[in-house]
Ligand binder design. Structure first.
Ligand code: HEM
Length: 439
């Protein structure tokens, strides 16, 4: 047989490591790369291959150059769609393209500018309350950023200020669904157990309440009529090229649910890690404070970019080969899963000298970045549709936070990674905060 260009190890031989990988996938990846090379493959169920890599040319090939030859795995589509429905994140092929074409224009930079004021108001409200509750105290900033990001995504998507009570219902539904999806992805064989012990039913109920709430906002908007020129208007009124029809309510709901999930925890984690890095790098925080109101300064953006290099919220993504394929001497058989370690390519010393150092100057506009060595928002046609949205919300939130508060780590313990679907911190991220001036 032809040399496939990588070593294949049986999942059985690696049983111990494979189990360890459920708890700490990144060290296991690095150990396997050291032992077997990059890429390496593991034989999983029914002889299917999982090819793990952090080589930019392979990642670029599957996500972009030959994207037609690949689709997302069932893990990313079916498991998630079971709870959220069939929207952009979970669709494939023609159905995906039709939705993407319909929705994409609403997420362009100029369109997103239209919701800037609602993001600013949401951040302002939140930080005023935050100041009252926490100034002079120690706070788990991850909890707070999760909550802030949920307010931003809800108000921005639904185009209105939503009450705390309604936010609570929606967040409960989204969170409980996400928790179960994480469990199912990690231990798919336990699906029967979650069904038997009622977790499934409870999650479905909570999601149902969240969906009813979301639809009541959609209905209210439809009843009101008029032009709002925001994301919700766009989702309600955009027409498919082929039929000239708008989305059904069911499809609209699926898309909104997908956006809540895709846009909430990712941004919250990015904000948390950025504040963590700033708390540990006072010189950079001071520089940011001095630059943040300068008209042409790019530093705020650079800080966020560098934080997402060190801590990419979407740290991993996969694709399955639809046909036999080859790239850079690597043979990818039909049905093989290619697992792209976004985290690892962004920490590779070959492309990022002194990779563990937090250095926002790496993203100075004059610097050239090699393709697919930096991809926090993915790449190719399935690039994150919410990229401009996320950058805008993070810039607004971070700018306001550093202007209103001084903060430092409550203890010197480095925070460890907890790579679930997104790259969470393990345990609390405790910051001591102090308001710089009262609002
Ligand atoms: C820092 C924040 C965010 C990060 C790091 C992030 C990252 C990503 C990545 C890597 C993908 C591609 C996954 C793949 O190819 O397998 C993706 C897709 C997606 N993201 Fe984001 N995202 C963020 C925020 C958002 C926001 C705010 C929204 C919506 C409001 C959003 C909506 C989506 C959707 C709908 C998709 C699927 C697009 C498609 O397949 O056509 N994301 N995101």
């Amino acid at each position: 047989m032809k040399n496939p260009g990588y070593k294949t190890v049986s999942g059985f031989v690696m049983l111990k490591r494979t189990f360890r990988a459920f708890r700490s996938p990144l060290p296991v990846f690095y150990q396997n790369v050291a032992d077997y090379g990059n890429p390496y493959a593991i034989k999983i169920l029914k002889n299917q291959l999982a090819i793990f890599t952090s080589r930019p040319e392979i990642i670029q090939h599957v996500l972009q150059k030959n994207h037609r030859g690949y689709e997302k795995s069932d893990i990313q589509t079916k498991q998630v769609a079971d709870f959220l429905g069939r929207g952009l994140l979970t669709l494939e092929g023609k159905e995906w393209l039709r939705q993407r074409r319909l929705i994409q224009p609403g997420f362009h930079k100029e369109k997103i500018e239209g919701i800037r004021s609602i993001m600013e108001e949401t951040v302002d409200d939140y930080l005023q309350r935050f100041s009252k509750n926490y100034s002079g105290k120690t706070v788990n900033i991850h909890e707070e950023m999760m909550s802030l990001a949920f307010y931003i995504v809800s108000n921005s998507l639904l185009g209105t200020k939503i009450s705390d009570r309604d936010i609570h219902v929606m967040r409960y539904g989204v969170d409980i669904a996400q928790t179960l999806v994480v469990k199912l992805i990690r231990l798919p064989f336990f699906a029967w157990y979650y069904k038997a012990n009622g977790s499934y039913r409870r999650a479905k109920n909570a999601v149902g309440h969240a969906q009813d709430m979301i639809m009541s906002f959609v209905q209210k908007r439809k009843d009101e009529g008029g032009e709002h020129n925001d994301l919700l208007d766009m989702l309600i009124h955009s027409k498919y090229e082929d039929t000239g029809e708008t989305m059904t309510d069911k499809q609209l709901l699926f898309e909104l649910m997908v956006m809540f999930v895709a846009g909430h925890e990712t941004s919250a984690n990015a904000l948390t890690w950025t504040l963590y890095l700033l708390a540990r790098n006072k010189d950079i925080l001071n520089k940011l404070r001095s630059e943040v109101d300068k008209e042409n300064s790019n530093y705020l953006r650079q800080v966020i970019q560098e934080s997402m290099r060190l801590y990419p919220p979407a740290w991993i993504t996969d694709r399955v080969a639809l046909e036999d394929d080859e790239v850079s001497g690597i043979f990818i058989p039909k049905g093989a899963m290619v697992i792209n370690l976004i985290y690892a390519v962004q920490h590779d010393a070959e492309y990022w000298p002194n990779p563990e150092m937090f250095d926002p100057d790496r993203f100075h506009p004059d610097k050239v970045i090699k393709p697919y060595t930096y991809l926090p928002f993915g790449g190719g046609p399935r690039l994150c549709i919410g990229m401009q949205f996320a950058m805008m919300e993070m810039e607004i939130a971070l700018k306001e936070f550093i202007k209103r508060f001084d903060f430092e780590m409550a203890d010197n313990r480095p925070v460890e990674l907890n790579p679930l679907i997104t790259l969470n911190p393990k345990g609390a991220v405790n910051l001591k905060v102090r308001a710089l001036h009262t609002n």
